[in-house]
Design a protein around this ligand. Structure first.
Ligand code: 5AD
Ligand code: SF4
Length: 464
């Protein structure tokens, strides 16, 4: 009988990418997808440890699986990824009824670990300190036919004081450009229209390859900008996105590539973290707010129509009302199109834990609410500024709340819902006039009769 699997992914896009690889590995073992954890023979939790509530949520979710496992001991429960890497043996002690625990470096061991679990009465735990092979080298099974996550580097060489990622994912290791390009070519041949390049710090892509003498330095152009240019030559690849760049490493050649390479989208996700120079220093983020705002100005001047989004942490240790006011001011000055805001969360082993003056949780929540008011207002203003324009939409699927509409994304990554028209298909490109704005979505109307007609762009076109 065919065995089935269900994967629950917590956390970031890197985890979504890893889950697609885990699915690919399971499918090569003969497993097939199941619609939910209840009916699946194997349940895999791909975990996140970036903030404390991710931990709590995961242990809660795992506990809720226990009755299923007790009722059906043949069900296999696998926990992998960042929380497993962080908690290691402790995870197996807290949830001893799981079958397999693996970390961030060894997803490729899944078949071996599952085979061992068949004959083991205790959880089979394997956590490695170094990556054996890029997860990208494993077979993948994409969630969406027309979109693929493509990892260009793993790990991180930075030491942001709040961040647990370098501890869990190790030092930065870049993938060779030829491998990335052949993966992207194969993906396009398989129907992919859009790729999102993933790395903890995409701007430093390839520095380790240059250091190791594997790649020569390109006089003046960074390897990341070079990669964007090369992806511009991939026939049939309609859209290239990337996340996340680091402000300290951002170079003008990347802005130029975003302007000049037609398939590179006009969306920049540039984590700010704090608008206070004092806090940025404490965070060990080596740019200052003035440099950040210079980058924003350069992006807007270089890339017509660019949307700029960010990550901001509230309540980092030592943050005063004045520091917080600086963050509000930078958010206003940057006029973010969207912002992901987080309350600071203590992560064991990170240097911020030992800093003095941790912020009272109530003050933190109150600042979080005040920042959200500002970022929501900015998001609404930004979307209102798009009303009346015609833009290229990549259709994703039926709207989740209205079955007369489909949803898609503009090149600037705005979510748009539009009434269905004949011939719309997930992965199809259409031109849409944006008619109404809310902070996190827009309503549009399809203007091109032929859904795969030549589309507008790279620059959003204002309707005449
Ligand atoms: N507490 C709160 N937010 C955090 N992030 C990373 N570490 C923490 C932490 N300890 C946020 C940062 C990062 C995003 C992915 O998660 O803003 O850019
Ligand atoms: Fe974490 Fe900083 Fe590395 Fe991003 S750049 S993964 S925030 S340490």
């Amino acid at each position: 009988m065919t065995r089935t699997y269900f994967i629950r992914t917590f956390g970031c896009q890197m985890n979504e990418h890893d889950s697609e690889r885990a699915a690919g590995v399971l499918e090569t073992m003969g497993y097939r997808p199941a619609p939910d954890a209840e009916s699946a023979n194997l349940v895999l939790f791909n975990t996140c440890a970036i903030r404390e509530n991710a931990d709590n949520k995961l242990y809660g979710q795992l506990t809720s699986l226990k009755p299923l496992k007790m009722a059906d001991p043949a069900k296999t429960v696998v926990v992998g990824g960042c929380l497993a890497q962080k908690d290691q043996g402790e995870l197996a002690e807290r949830v001893p009824w799981v079958d397999v625990v693996y970390g961030t470096h060894n997803m490729g061991s899944l078949p071996k670990l599952l085979a061992q679990a068949d004959s083991a009465s205790l959880p089979v735990v394997e956590i490695l300190e170094h990556t054996e092979m890029f997860p990208s080298a494993l077979p993948g099974r994409r969630e969406v036919a027309h979109h693929a996550w493509v990892s260009i580097s793993i790990g991180c060489d930075n030491t942001c004081a709040f961040c647990i990622v370098p501890m869990l994912r190790g030092p930065e290791k870049s993938r060779r450009m030829g491998e990335i390009l052949s993966e992207v070519n194969a993906l396009v041949a398989d129907g992919v229209k859009e790729v999102t390049l993933l790395g903890q710090n995409v701007n430093s892509y390839g520095r380790d390859l240059i250091r190791a003498g594997e790649v020569p330095e390109l006089g003046g152009r960074t390897l990341f900008a070079e990669l964007l240019h090369l992806l511009g030559d991939v026939d049939g690849l309609e859209r290239v996105r990337f996340t996340s760049p680091h402000p300290k490493d951002f170079t003008s050649d990347v802005f130029a590539a975003m302007r000049d390479v037609p398939n590179v989208c006009e969306h920049l996700h540039l984590p700010l973290q704090s608008g206070s120079d004092r806090i940025l220093k404490l965070m060990q983020r080596s740019y200052r707010s003035s440099r950040y705002l210079e980058l924003v100005t350069e992006a807007r001047e270089t890339i017509p129509g660019v949307a700029i989004t960010t990550d901001i942490i509230i309540g980092f240790p030592g943050e005063t009302e004045e520091d917080f006011a600086d963050t509000l001011a930078v958010a206003q000055a940057a006029a973010f199109d969207n912002a992901f805001t987080f309350e600071y969360s203590k992560r064991p082993g990170t240097s911020a834990v030992d800093l003095p003056d941790h912020v009272d949780p109530e003050i933190m929540s109150e600042r979080f609410r005040r920042l959200s008011v500002v970022t929501e207002e900015l998001a609404l203003q930004a979307n209102e500024g798009q009303v009346g324009t015609v833009q290229q939409l990549l259709a994703e699927g039926p709207s989740k709340t209205d079955d007369t509409r489909f949803s898609g994304r503009t090149r600037t990554n705005r979510l748009v819902h539009a009434p269905m028209v004949d011939g719309w298909v997930p992965g199809g490109l259409l031109n849409v006039r944006l008619e109404r704005a809310a902070p996190h979505f827009m309503i549009g109307e399809v203007t091109s009769a032929d859904c795969d007609a030549p589309v507008v762009g790279p620059v959003p076109v204002v309707a005449s």
